[in-house]
Design a protein around this ligand. Sequence first.
Ligand code: PEP
Ligand code: MG
Length: 900
Amino acid sequence: MNTAPTSAPRWVYLFGADRTDGDAGMKTLLGGKGANLAEMANLGLPVPPGFTISTDVCTAYYEAGRKLPESLTPQVDEALETIGRIVGTKFGDTDNPLLVSVRSGARASMPGMMDTILNLGLNDETVEGLVRRSGDRRFAYDSYRRFIQMYADIVLGVDHGVFEDILETFKNLNSMQLDTELTADDWLEIIESYKAAIADAIDRPFPQDTGEQLWGAISAVFGSWQNARAKTYRFLHGIPDDWGTAVNVQAMVFGNMGETSATGVAFTRNPSTGVKEIFGEFLVNAQGEDVVAGIRTPQHLTEAARIEAGSSQPSLEALTPGTFAELVAVFDKLETRYRDMQDIEFTIQDGKLWMLQTRSGKRTLEAALRIAVEMAEEGLISREEAVMRVNAADLDQLLHPTIDPDSEKNVLTNGLPASPGAAVGEIVFHAEDAEAAKAKGIDVILVRVETSPEDIHGMHAAAGILTARGGMTSHAAVVARGMGRPCVSGASALQIDARARTLKIGSTLLKEGDVITIDGSTGQVLHGRVKMRQPEMSGNFGTLMSWADEFRRLGVRANADTPRDAEQSRIFGADGIGLCRTEHMFFEADRILAMREMICAEDEEGRRAALDRILPMQRGDFEQLFETMAGLPITIRLLDPPLHEFLPHEGSELTSVAEALDISVEKLRARVRELSEFNPMLGFRGCRIAIRYPEITEMQARAVFEAAIAAGKKTGAPVKPEIMIPLVIYRREFDILADVIRGIAREVEAEHGVSLDYEIGTMVELPRCALKADEIAAGEEGAAFFSFGTNDLTQTCLGLSRDDGGPILQTYTSAGILEMDPFVSIDVSGVGELVQIGTERGRRVKPDLKIGICGEHAGDEASIRFFHEAGLDYVSCSPYRLPVARLAAAQAALREKGVG
Ligand code: PEP
Ligand code: MG
């Protein structure tokens, strides 16, 4: 048999001053940390030598049933020897031991993976070598006990509380406060107690064999790829399971070797504000974990920061100007190389600077905007790259109103500023009530003792959330921040009686429907409606948005139903209105009666009487919309009222409508019963109402045309309304209603002696409409434009009710059947295909057919990318989502060009 050895795959990659095998481009193989260590070494920066065991080993480890490949051993041994040679030590040597750190390093930063192990290679004998070499017993024993503690916790699974207890008891018995008070002999005693506790916990002694230590640590890193925390993190962040992690083994440098040693962390720019200044801290005579552990107060890196903080502890800049200057030069080099703000870890051992890590730093949105804009202005990155640097969905945080500082305020109490922005609304105590109010266009503040997942739909519907219990990471706080809803949490002075629907704060008693204001940026809860300041598109935000507009191909319009929405849309840079839901113009209390009269009228005469009252209201609203949006396109959709949202239900509603209609309550109740449906969302809606009662379309068309004439005269800009027919199934429906509209246009033209310019298009909200798009668009008289209504299209394609699908979708998400709520992010492969089919068939008969989308998906980043790729002309979303949509549209276009 031929036994010629096949050469083993390469598993190990060196980095350091002498030889570096990798670079920043090798993240897939070496993980982020390993690739960046290699890159720093390539840049000539002082990196302690080490090696990376590649992510391929992780794959092999799991393929072999959690077993490391045999050929890894000689490669690791050789690499250890090499780094030992470079630093003049030997792994396991009792006289001059090489000590290493072992760290995980996946492709993407992955909290939840194994923590760092430092000082690996120490045992009862090698620690004496370290004593001799360093001449510092205390340092050597302190290093050893740290290693035992970390290793036992991370690799051997001994609870770290065991070690904390031992140390605390020792300190108490000896009347000590700080770890720094312990002497070398004290640490030696602690080490013995630690070892005894470990032997007790795992029934075998702490491993003294340094090889066993190393392989134990390496296996633990690979094992941690599949621990529960890491799996959850991957699931939440969409990181594929098969990426695997790398392991970095690196020669130790010591920041705890006395007063000329230190360890620190730094950002090359301020991660909260984005200001170009060095931001960071350090600790003298300490090891990495001390800085984050918060046991000692770290010192500032720069003098400026020290002075600003009023600290008496010297800055690094003052303490060691030479090392500080060297560090600053390293920061510059790293920013220039990575062209992004860096988050850096360093150690100073006996006056010599060592770089341990660099990566792109996490930052607030404010910082992200400033850094992107300034780096582009500095010429470090292009404007295109700057636009790619900001997460579009995050912009939501900047888009909330704030309390006008000049307004009068009656502060009821304070809670925690859990999610920024201010909100005004009527108090509701139950999630269902919040939803019901939202459907009626009423802004509410959802007030709860605390929130739970069952409240999510209500939190979504509320303008703001207020809780009595819970901190900054409570359910309410986390979810509200995620949704971009203002939230004040933990306002403990609230006495909530949800059953009685009352809220007591001090001596003030409030009840459901009373108005309060909350300020999620300060935590204030205020009585009544406080004046707000609308967000502005200024500063770096405005600059970045203007760059985004240069790069996007998709138009971004607003779904705006009222003149107030239209004004907000202009502030947020809408290219027009893509959907005016005319039924929403009637949610206000003083108008809903007219609408109810119209819906409940028994005959044409009654309906026409109600319509006569509605006409001036509609015309007035349209006129204001046209004026506000002067010069920009506006799509007005014919009435599409889901009847259950408008029918009178309760006693008082029934009475007032009956009075207005001059009929008995019984008769009205019978009419309401007649109109009620099992599935109102799939029932007598959209154009079906207009087909049955064309007088409604007549009124609406008249209101649109008369308003267009009036607004055109006022602004001097001719108005070209786009009239849209909802929920079309058949071409014939479209034709019938288009004829009604044309007829009215001719009448208005004759009455006013003008010629009207307008278009008639259709919503595409039903699968049949998408499939028959060619038929519906064909010819001069066919639809002049399409607007995909992906809310209804999703409902009807999936056969899941928009109103009742919530619990089902939740089950499906937890069961792993769905990753995303398809009503939030478009179901690309299903509903998306209908969009593609509709677009392709429509343009087949009308190549220049204008096509938009106005469902909720128009404000979702991933969906926008899909709509861009599907070749749509515009997306139309709610006003507060406009900046997100503008940025996401630009990013979709740039990504297509290969930027970012
Ligand atoms: C849609 O269905 O996507 C749409 C925009 O219409 P509505 O939400 O008003 O039904
Ligand atoms: Mg719809």
